[in-house]
Structures are given as structure tokens and as C-alpha cells.
Design a protein around this ligand. Sequence first.
Ligand code: 9MR
Length: 607
Amino acid sequence: MKRRSTVLLSVTALLALTFTALPAGPAGAEQSTVRDVYQPDTGPRVRVNQVAYLPAGPKNATLVTGATTRLPWQLKDADGRTVAHGWTVPRGADVSSGQNVHSIDFGAFRGRGTDFTLAADGETSRPFDIGTGAYEQLRLDSLKYYYTQRSGIAIRDDLRPGYGRLAGHLNAAPNQGDANVPCQPGLCDYTLDVTGGWYDAGDHGKYVVNGGISTWELLSTYERSLLARTGQPWRLRDGSLALPESGNKVPDILDEARWELEFLMKMQVPEGQPLAGMAHSKVHDAQWTGLPLLPSDDPQKRELHAPTTQATLNLAATAAQAARLYRPYDPAFAAKALTAARTAWQAALAHPETYPDPNDGTGGGAYPDDNASDEFYWAAAELYLTTGERQFADFVLASPVHTADIFGPLGFDWGRTAAAGRLDLATVPSALPGRDKVRRSVIKAADTYLATAASQPYGMPYAPDGNLYDWGSNAQVLNNAHVIATAYDLTGAAKYHDGALESMDYLLGRNALNISYVTGYGEVNSHRQHSRWYARELDPNLPDPPRGTLAGGPNSGIQDPYAQSRLQGCTGQFCYIDDIQSWSTNETAVNWNAALAWMASFVADQG
Ligand code: 9MR
């Protein structure tokens, strides 16, 4: 379990290198007369999902207005004809934004089409579709993102036009490479080949902990497609993601996840070494690098950092899950993964409290975490679901995490992994005693998230304590929605279906900033996420992030100096800026896109 801390100890090191000059504000941004006060251009006051509502799904919007009594609204088609109308519902002061708002429900409209708008209070919303196509595309784009995050392989321009680049960290100068990486000084006397895997985010680091939850959510996207009543596994079939492996008769989503799984297994301490079976927590540069910097241009020395219990259990959990999912396609790989998982499990039991050093943040993120009970629970759950063995069932049933209320306001994530175990115990068939209770715990959590969403005039299942938006809040919204969606998979009840769908509206434009946080989706969307190689904002020869890239989102901590220079004193939803320098509000990351991929796939299945 992660400590609730927003302090990034490497902040000074990072900003010294990445924060060279203040770039101009976003195009179209209104500057107030006081030069230093940033005022985002939030466009029309009618806030909608700028991408699409499902024809048979809920349709909600939010109006920012000083009016205290109800106002009329009109839904207009592409020709400007009114096709539905009604009255707003005044909601008073919204805590998440500090605005006075009304909500609008136009869910009774069941038509389809493109370029609808919603008008109220003299304002007209940005356009949106009512249809299913956008989500089918988003399911694929959010997953295609992983190929261009790959380390150790050249990215083919024919597969990702505009994104072709040389392989990163394959020991070709100036890279020092990941083929024979030593430990940090004094830690070990071997080197490991840790080529491959995905770059974590906008940096070139590769972290077992964050790689773990990301891999789990991708594998779970696939596993859900096999198990849920609305699942459509053929959408993720071989060829669906235009990968180098397409054509190998394996679903592409499994090919992509395997790229990371192979890396996770390479991070395991070899037999004969003192900590054999544990996993090194991470491999990254000795010092932070600046922006822009292609992976193949990184000249820094790479180092393995100390093995941790949490990293070891991330490996155990994901390799165990992989063992059951790859078995039909590659039994040898499945067996290898299960062996790695069992070895990791035993090593974690032998070293149950070897936690990451919270100060280990030079050249890469620290991912601090001083509790491994949730990772133990998750790993035991996956090992049990794959093997059915009593030892793992006993561990799960004896763990206090099994019956604890683990679904908090911030959602599950790299440091809060108990939910991964609980959700899989609820959805993957097994003979676990008391499985009904497990399922009920997920449904109860979904009810709490639905109540949160109902209390939010912007409709998202996210209301952090003190209105303090956390680092990566967009993924937390999505992961809370994931729990609601799972309750729908378990029960078939419409309220969960609708709640999960409505959560997407917030990410796609129904928010205080009137922005879609997914690159390429919505009339105004985030496209300047912090990245060393999707860095068009800094070098016109480089691309923007690919379509389907999620921005981290509002973060009250505003740890980076660029955000601090523009967002000081921001309220909740306003703690965000689409600028490449804002690494604390606007980074891209593999765990965040995994949350998007799972939900996009769920929504696409409801069309
Ligand atoms: O996503 C991580 C967030 O939860 C933490 O609060 C933050 C500070 O520790 O780090 C975030 O992860 C970053 C990682 O440390 C380095 N790569 C980029 C990640 C996304 O910003």
C-alpha cells in the first residue's frame, strides 16, 4: 500500500534539467491583465462529452452559470434543428471546481448521428456524436499506445506512421544500453540483460512495480473479454493492433503484454545470488535527462536498483495471471511464467519487508511503498486462480486484506493493488470458499462510487478527501469506473452500466476545463503530454503523443515548477495544464493508459 504522499524527492534534480525556459501558454489561452495569473480558455459553458454518447446509454452534461433557477436546454442535430429539449437542474456550488453549475440529462434521446450540440443559457457546447464507433476506435488506440512505448526494438513507421524511431537502449552508442546492466554501486556483482519492456511514461525508466499493474490491467482487458457477458474477444484478435507480431495467430493484446512480461521476468535475481527469485525494483538512468530526448539518444549509464518485496510480488502476480491466459497459445511460455511466479512468491515470503527506499529518486521515480500486504494478497489470488492450489487459497483467506474495505476514494493503482486481487477473485471462476462474499464486496464498493458520482455535478466517481486531486487523478477516475463496470459484469444491473458509461464523459470533456484528456479525441484535447520523445512542443520534427494517449490529469500537488508558475492556488479540477513541462499534471504513463484501455474496451462492448 502506498503512503499518501505527494512529495517527489527527485523534484529538484528533475526540474533543473527539464525546466529550462517557460514556453508560451497554450494557443488560444486567455491571459488576464495580470501577466502571472493564468486563466485557461475553457470555451462554452455547456460541458459535454466531446467524443460520443452511446445511443442506448446515459447522456448528461453540465452547465456553468450564475443562474440559481432552472433554465431551458435544447439538443440540436448537425443541421441545427432542435431534436430534444428540457430543463436544467440547478446543483449549486460544485466543490470540485468552485463553480456554480446545473446538470442536464438528455438521456431520453435515443437517436444517432454526428455533430450534435447542446444549447443552454445562451451558450452552445462543443460538438459530439451519439454512436458507438468512437469507442471501438478508442479501445484500439489506447492499446496501440504501448507499441510506441516499447524499449529495445525499432518502431516501424509503416505500423505507426510518424512514430518510427530507432530502438532504444540496445547498447548502440550513445546508449549505454540495457543488455548488461550493473546494479547501483555496492548492490550486486552481476549484470543482467533487461532489454525490452515499456518505458514507464515520459521518462526512459522501466519499473517493475508500475509495469505490474499496467500488465495486469491489459491482461484483464483481455480476460474480461473472455468472461464477461458483453465481452467480445475477437475485437482484440491477432492483427487488431498493427504490431510486428500481428499474423502470429496470437491475440495482439497478448503479444503486447508479453513484451512487458518478458522484461519483468528478466528483472528477477538469478539463481545462486543472495536474493535469488526476488525482482529488482527498476532500471533507469543514473541521472535525470532533459527534454526532448529520443530513447536511442540517451547517453546515461543504466543501473539496476535494489530488489523489493513489492516488485517481486508484482512479478509473481502478473506472471501467474499470464500462465493461465497464454496457455492456449504458447504452453511453454505459460509454464515459464508460472515457474517465475512461484519462485518470486517463495522469495517474497523469505523477504517479506524489503521495501523500496523512498529517497531513491535520482534519475527515475521512487515509487515509494511501505506496505506489501496488498501485493501479497494480489499475488496469492493470481496464483490461486491459475493453479487452484490450497496453499494459495489459504493465504488469501487468512489475509486481513481479503475482508478489508480496500476500495478507497483514490482508486486502485501501482501502490494500492489489493483491488486487482479482489476483482479477479470476483470475476475469474474458482472454487474459493466464500466467493459470493467477494463478489458482494465489489458490488458494495460500486454502490459507494455511484453515490460519489451522483453527488458530483460533473458525474465522475471521484471525490478525494479535501478535494485534493492526486497525481494521475484521471486514471483514478477510470479505475473507480472499472469497479462500477465490474459490478455490472457481475449483476447485469443497469445502474452500474450507466454509472460506468457516465464516468467517461468527465474524461472526454464534461469537466471544468472543457477538455478531453485523451489525445486526438474531442474538439479540444490534451496533446502536449510530458514525454521525452513525443515532444513536438519542443522540437517540430518530433510527433505529439499518439492518438489515444491519456494525460495524468488534475493534481492538486502541482509538484512541477511550470504548473506552480501557472496554477498556484488552483481548485481541484483546475490543477491541470496541457504543457509538456508540466510533468506532475500532464505526463503520459503506462499505468494510466491501461486504465483507459480497460474502460474503453468495456464501453465499446456496450455499443
Ligand atoms: O504515478 C506516480 C505517482 O503516483 C506518484 O505520486 C509520483 C511521485 O512518486 O510518481 C508517479 O510516477 C512517475 C514515476 O515516478 C516516474 N515515471 C513517471 C511516472 C508518472 O509521472
